[in-house]
Design a protein around this ligand. Sequence first.
Ligand SMILES: [Zn+2]
Length: 85
Amino acid sequence: MQEKPYFCPNCRSNRVKFSVITSYSQSFVKDALSGNITEFKEPDAIAEPEPTIQCLVCSFTGNELRFIKQAEREPRMNTTTTTFY
Ligand SMILES: [Zn+2]
């Protein structure tokens, strides 16, 4: 995941609350006759080049890049009345 601001391209109100969706692979052993699962291996995270991000406000899910691009298009404005010289 990149150290860049996110902005949800769907609800366009969330820049702070997200979750990352990770895929896991977990192998198991089945009994050929009964179909019972006899053994579970430890789950392995599947490495993804681009993480999938979910907005926790509207539940929109998309590539991390979509959130980053939206933040670049609409950077956070300084809404205070501070004047910069
Ligand atoms: Zn959203």
